[in-house]
Design a protein around this ligand. Structure first.
Ligand code: PEP
Length: 232
């Protein structure tokens, strides 16, 4: 299973060091693939078996893009994993599918592991299934779904940070649909917690989880890694 943590705009560099050190202890005994996406200013050269990824970077080596970081900044820390298409970047920061696809191709060319997020907002969810699938299909436009270093995360926007999750049947149904678009490992994300992770990981075609707020405490995230481990 792939168990990933998106730390968003949380944990300073020093707090992230402590966090990674704590995670290291529980990950050593585990066969799970663990990925952590720290805040940009908390990126560093961590000595760890955990994969460290960037939450974002501009699709350029370096240049005049105020406030952004480029490939050179990731290379400094040996980072070869990136999160692309997260709903907060799509909806709050206004990233278009065209720009997301440009970013995807830039980092694909560099051989990065890409965790690519898709998901529908509530108003789309409340419409027909056909409209929902059409909405999600647009998020695959310009994306190489056969890229061999691709992981997809299905994250219904209305489930992110809200404590609401789709029913297990709905997760199964959506994962079945999305597996037809790409055979890449498919994570579920959106209000995954210590108390629901086991049920979610049992769902067919769920290859792991992407966790936000519930991963902010290393102890909780370790329990989730352990839950994945207990499945085997
Ligand atoms: C996320 O933002 O990727 C996420 C899954 O957040 P949360 O777990 O807090 O819903």
């Amino acid at each position: 299973m792939i168990i990933a943590a998106n730390l968003k705009t949380n944990l300073t560099r020093s707090a992230t060091h402590s966090y990674i050190n704590e995670l290291e202890l529980c990950t050593q005994q585990s066969a799970q693939e663990v990925i952590v996406f720290p805040a940009t200013s908390s990126l560093d050269s961590y000595t760890t078996i955990i994969t460290i990824g960037a939450q974002n970077a501009y699709p350029v080596e370096k240049g005049a893009f105020t406030g952004e970081i480029g490939l050179e900044h990731l290379e400094e820390f040996g980072i070869k994993t990136i999160l692309i298409g997260h709903s907060e970047r799509r909806h709050i920061l206004g990233e278009s599918q065209e720009f997301i696809s440009k970013k995807f191709h830039f980092f694909k060319e560099q051989g990065f592991k890409i965790v690519y997020c898709v998901g529908e907002p509530l108003e789309i969810r409340e419409g027909s299934k056909e409209d929902m699938l059409a909405y999600l299909s647009k998020q695959y436009e310009g994306i190489d779904t056969e890229y061999d270093n691709l992981i997809i995360a299905y994250e219904p926007v209305w489930a992110i940070g809200t404590g609401k999750i789709p029913t297990l049947e709905d997760i199964q149904d959506m994962h079945k649909e999305l597996k037809q678009k790409s055979s890449a490992p498919l994570l579920y994300g959106g209000s995954v917690k210590v108390n629901n992770i086991k049920d979610i990981l049992h769902v067919e075609n769920v290859d792991g989880v992407l966790v936000g707020s519930a991963a902010l405490y290393a102890e909780h995230f370790c329990s989730m890694i352990q839950a994945a481990q207990d499945l085997h």
